[in-house]
Design a protein around this ligand. Structure first.
Ligand SMILES: Nc1ncnc2c1ncn2[C@@H]1O[C@H](COP(=O)(O)OP(=O)(O)O)[C@@H](O)[C@H]1O
Ligand SMILES: [Mg+2]
Length: 372
């Protein structure tokens, strides 16, 4: 997939910008705060109809303005499509493809795959299980609609069941029939989700191992993903039956796939505890490149890769390996941001990569060519 042009209007700090892309690699350089990440976020918006960084849509409208508008022209499989996203303060967000408004934004998910690697993503390794579940859910939802539908059902039934548990504690009575209805729904969706997550984590682990081994180039470092779930060795119905007294006491469902975790390991220990910063960052990059691989395999379209400030995060050796990999033809279109234009120039030059560079200064974009 290729993004050939991008129009940004009153989005974050950018007033009005029209950019055309023709090289496989586009670099956006400029001082901190100049709006480099915001350009990547505009691209992310067109893919996901939301920001990667700010969950409040309205805050992405440029200060003192009433609306933002984004338009991207994408080419995939020889077809050109125009995607637009617009939001007016106080209005509803609009997402369009070739002039037609989407009724459901979920129909757009997966059509224009984008993989972003941003500094904040390190939280995926450091934080609690919820972020990791979301990361896996996002990949599975983009590649398997049945998964997405089961996930929606599960989340809904869980909410209902928890509501029921709270009612029980107020009324002092337990309506076992109603509870059984929710249990059935949870078990049906939960079993499917569990099965898919288990299968996915095995496939995903193989890809992450390979990417990590390539980046680290050290056979002594072996990374792994361990899928941990209540359902691994017990049936979900038994689990629900067994935890009922505790669920009633705590007024929430204490067992199920909403407690799953995906443990990232280095030589069988949790990497967030034993890994160096460099190892953790390499794993993060390996996770994201594997995400790219999975989306590409299933969707048959090469996602656009957005690398935000990645050169700051890796040592020179790993940068070189990453660049070699990216330019070996596996990847498609690539956007790179960097606050240090000279460094970018050197890295691209060394790798003989032809790239377009946009330099942002005082809100103005200046374009330059870089020949490898
Ligand atoms: N809604 C908004 N209106 C105006 N400026 C904004 C808005 N949201 C963010 N910004 C500004 O964008 C700038 C950060 O842009 P960013 O893309 O993160 O910079 P960079 O990646 O180049 O360091 C900040 O100065 C911030 O104040
Ligand atoms: Mg930035």
């Amino acid at each position: 997939m290729f993004l050939s042009s991008l129009r940004i209007f009153n989005f974050k700090n950018h007033a009005e910008v029209e950019l055309a892309f023709d090289a496989a690699v586009t670099c956006v350089v400029g001082n901190n705060g100049s709006g480099k990440t915001n350009v990547l976020d505009a691209i992310y918006y067109l893919a996901f109809s939301k920001s990667a960084f700010n969950p409040y849509d309205v805050q992405n409208i440029r200060h003192q303005q009433q609306a933002f508008f984004l338009r991207g022209r994408f080419t995939a499989g020889g077809k050109v499509k125009e995607v637009e996203c617009a939001l007016q303060a106080g209005g509803k967000k609009v997402l369009r493809e070739d002039g037609l408004d989407y009724q459901r934004f979920s129909e757009h998910v997966g059509k224009y795959p984008v993989v972003l690697i941003a500094p904040q993503d390190i939280e995926l390794i450091w934080d609690g299980a919820e972020l990791r579940r979301k990361f896996v859910d996002a990949m599975l939802s983009q590649t398997n609609r049945t998964y997405l539908l089961h996930l929606i059902n599960y989340t809904h039934s869980l909410k209902q069941r928890n509501g029921l548990l709270r009612n029980f504690s107020e009324s002092g009575r337990v309506d076992k029939d109603l509870l059984e209805t929710y249990n059935t729904q949870l078990v049906q969706a939960g079993n499917y989700l569990h099965e898919q997550r288990a299968k996915f984590s095995t496939e995903f682990e193989a890809s992450v191992k390979a990417h990590y081994a390539y980046l680290a180039d050290n056979p002594a470092e072996d990374v792994g993903i361990r899928y941990r779930s209540d359902l691994t060795d017990k049936s979900f119905s038994d689990l629900l039956a067994g935890s009922l007294p505790r669920d009633i006491a705590l007024q929430r469902t204490t067992t199920g796939i909403h407690r799953d975790d995906f443990l990232f390991q280095l030589n069988d220990f949790e990497i967030r505890r034993v890994g160096s910063q460099g190892q953790q960052k390499s794993l993060l990059v390996a996770l994201k490149l594997s995400e790219f691989q999975i989306l590409y395999n299933v969707l048959g379209v090469k996602p656009i890769l957005l690398l935000d400030d990645i050169f700051d995060k890796l040592d020179d050796f790993r940068i070189q390996k990453l660049i070699n990999l990216i330019t070996a033809g596996t990847f498609g279109q690539l956007f790179i941001t960097d606050a240090r234009p000279e460094r970018t120039r050197q890295i691209l030059h060394a790798a003989q990569i032809k790239a377009t560079v946009f330099h942002i200064e005082n809100g103005t974009f200046t374009q330059a060519w870089l020949r490898g």
